[in-house]
Design a binder for this molecule. Structure first.
Ligand code: NAD
Ligand code: GLY
Length: 350
């Protein structure tokens, strides 16, 4: 088993091992305690793994309840958030009980925000079941719901007490959803680890534990430096400025991972064109993205993407921070005036 400790104000462990789900009850008891657990999951994940988790909770002596949402981003909304709070109240949960998020980033973000708010904060445990959730959303304490005006517009920084990553659960992911997570893994390699970048030339599925562990170590290092996202944490957004614009323009028919893949390719190419990194660096990034059968070209033109990117919450007044690769494993945060964004994106598309 791999273990990564995140030294935030209340330190917590991320445990990574095949088969952890069946030991979750005992592990939650040892770390978080409490007497009752509210499992939040989606219908797909529930049918695959819900019973194994609740059996393990029962064996560890917990009272458990389960709240199941329909799968998909549309469920990460205010309605489900309020429903979970009412469910917790109805089932008489207290702040010393546990909310356990079993699923991908949608379940983790929604359940985490409910855990942060109910009784001003309950114990929270993440059990990620997508690659994206394993390497990114289950770690670092960003919780959120979407509003009509945009994604993740209401939320809180609220760290979990424990993250249990049973990566055997990733075996049931569709290729498309698995690939979405691969885009985030490539992102970590580009921003922080040239050796990981080389390692990714061998398929992730053949080295799951090492890859997940290295990604969460990178995220851990960034989060403990900048828990509340005021500086360094922005490097986790490499590829996301253009990526979010692609996603939003497609009305989310292009997935987050595909958007990020396109964003990383365009931002890397633009960085090379503007002299921040070599052509070979940008070329290597694009080749690796393609090797994972992820897209590298935008169906939308630079002005359309620029318009969407400027309404992104990463904008600050007249500047936007771009995450620019300098070499494989090293990026800089470059503040750019909004009027230069379109030509940057255009450079990445030629
Ligand atoms: P998701 O949670 O919607 O999961 C994708 C799909 O996979 C769902 O249909 C789900 O039912 C299914 N699924 C999950 N686990 C499965 C399994 N083991 N086998 C078969 N099917 C399974 O999406 P996601 O890509 O995991 O997460 C995306 C969300 O994460 C977005 O809302 C995004 O905003 C958020 N996010 C948050 C952070 C953060 O730091 N909090 C970081 C990145 C992304
Ligand atoms: N996924 C970006 C962050 O956690 O900051």
């Amino acid at each position: 088993m791999a273990k990564v400790t995140v030294n935030t104000a209340k330190p917590y462990d991320i445990l990574i091992e095949k088969g952890l789900l069946d030991r979750a009850g005992d592990l939650i008891r040892q770390t978080a305690g409490g007497s009752a657990v509210c499992v939040v999951t989606d219908d797909t994940v529930d049918s695959l793994y819900g019973e194994r988790l609740t059996a393990s909770l029962e064996n560890a002596g917990y009272r458990w309840e389960k709240f199941v949402i329909p799968h998909g981003e549309a469920s990460k909304n205010a309605d489900n958030f309020i429903k979970i709070l009412n469910f917790l109240a109805e089932k008489q949960f207290t702040r010393t009980d546990v909310v356990a998020a079993l699923g991908g980033g949608v379940v983790g973000d929604l359940a985490g925000f409910a855990a942060a708010c109910y009784n001003r904060g309950m114990l929270f445990v993440q059990l990620p079941t997508t690659l994206l959730a394993a390497v990114d959303s289950s770690v670092g304490g960003k919780t959120a719901i979407d509003l009509d005006a945009g994604k993740n517009l209401a939320g809180a920084f609220y760290q979990p007490r424990l993250v249990l990553c049973d990566y055997a659960t990733l075996d049931t992911l569709s290729d498309e959803i698995f690939r979405d997570g691969c885009a985030e893994v490539i992102k970590y390699a580009v921003i922080a680890d040239g050796a990981l970048f080389e390692q990714l030339k061998k398929p992730i599925k053949e080295q799951m534990e090492q890859v997940i562990t290295r990604c969460v170590e990178i995220k851990r290092d960034v989060v403990i430096e900048d828990e509340f996202d005021t500086g360094l944490r922005q490097i986790l957004n490499f590829g996301h400025t253009v990526g979010h614009a692609v996603e939003a323009n497609s009305h989310f028919t292009i997935s987050h991972g595909q958007g990020v893949a396109i964003g990383m390719a365009i931002e890397a190419k633009a960085a090379a064109k503007q002299g921040y990194c070599s052509e070979s660096c940008a070329g290597a990034i694009i080749d690796l993205i393609r090797a994972y059968q992820l897209p590298t070209e935008s169906p939308y033109d630079a002005s359309t993407l620029c318009e969407k990117a400027l309404s992104d919450k990463k904008r600050r007044g007249n500047t936007i921070s771009l995450i620019i690769p300098r070499a494989i494993g090293k990026v800089d945060i470059v503040k750019t005036s909004v009027d230069k964004l379109q030509s940057f994106i255009q450079d990445g598309m030629e």
